[in-house]
Design a protein around this ligand. Structure first.
Ligand SMILES: N[C@@H](CCC(=O)N[C@@H](CS)C(=O)NCC(=O)O)C(=O)O
Length: 236
């Protein structure tokens, strides 16, 4: 059978939970990583490489990331992750684990989108105004991490669905890590022992330990150059 194929920008972004899940499962996959034009400080990034293909791939809702699974093609990062999770036993199957994990999935996507909305805003203000927006994000992150800490405390669980690792942990790890990587939130994480242990536990998974430590993941840009921070072409 042909290997799965993932298409996305050449950054971590919304594809990284999918890449990590496939690596964890030791499933072979091919990737098309679209570039942003000339890789230099002076030149503006562009989407040409992707736009040349976007409407030719047979995708019903053309977007990135996409998955080709044989003749089957789809987009939507969380839906892709869930398809792969269902096929490989990486989803909670009993209550209340399923409901808890879906609740945390939605909460994590909200946390991610809060960040995305600030760093991709058309007009994110002066450097001082932007710093204030980041400070607000950190404050809201602290509230969310406090709630996650209490959740782990109450349920005494290793993963968000209990003792079973599920696709939601791949979302949670990646999007919380963005805050640590480029929103200078590490001191906030340090306040929450259980959340910090959770992040560490994920990084220590034998299936992923080597990948997460590798430059391919650790030093890769989290976001595209169109974001104000999170990419090596960041304007500040
Ligand atoms: N809800 C979609 C959002 C996808 C999306 O916004 N993709 C961005 C990168 S993260 C993109 O550049 N898409 C290509 C395009 O809009 O042509 C998902 O989760 O997959």
């Amino acid at each position: 059978m042909a290997p799965l194929k993932i298409g996305y920008w050449d950054v971590r972004g919304f594809a990284e939970p999918i890449r990590m899940l496939l690596k964890h499962l030791n499933i072979e996959f091919e990737e098309t990583r679209y570039g942003f034009g000339n890789d230099s400080e002076e030149s503006l990034p562009n989407r040409d490489e992707w736009l040349a293909e976007k409407f030719t791939l047979g995708l019903e809702f053309p977007n990135l990331p996409y998955l080709f699974d044989g003749d089957f093609k789809m987009t939507e990062s969380v839906a892709i992750l869930k398809r792969l999770a269902r096929a490989n036993g990486m989803i909670a199957t009993t209550e209340p684990a399923l409901s808890y994990s879906e609740m945390i999935e939605a909460m994590i996507i909200d946390i991610r989108n809060r960040l995305i909305n600030v760093v991709y805003a058309e007009n994110s203000g002066t450097p001082e105004e932007f710093e204030q927006k980041l400070a607000d994000l950190r404050e809201r992150l602290e509230t969310s991490l406090g709630q996650l800490e209490a959740f782990f405390q109450k349920h005494g669980s290793q993963w968000v669905a209990g003792d079973k690792l599920t696709y939601v942990d791949f979302l949670a790890y990646e999007y919380l890590d963005w805050y640590r990587v480029f929103v200078k939130s590490t001191p906030i994480f340090e306040k929450f022992a259980k959340v910090s242990d959770y992040m560490k536990r994920f990084e220590e998974l034998p299936s992923l330990k080597e990948y997460i430590a590798r430059d391919e993941h650790r030093s890769a840009s989290c976001l595209s150059p169109f974001a104000r921070i999170g990419h090596r072409w960041a304007k500040e």
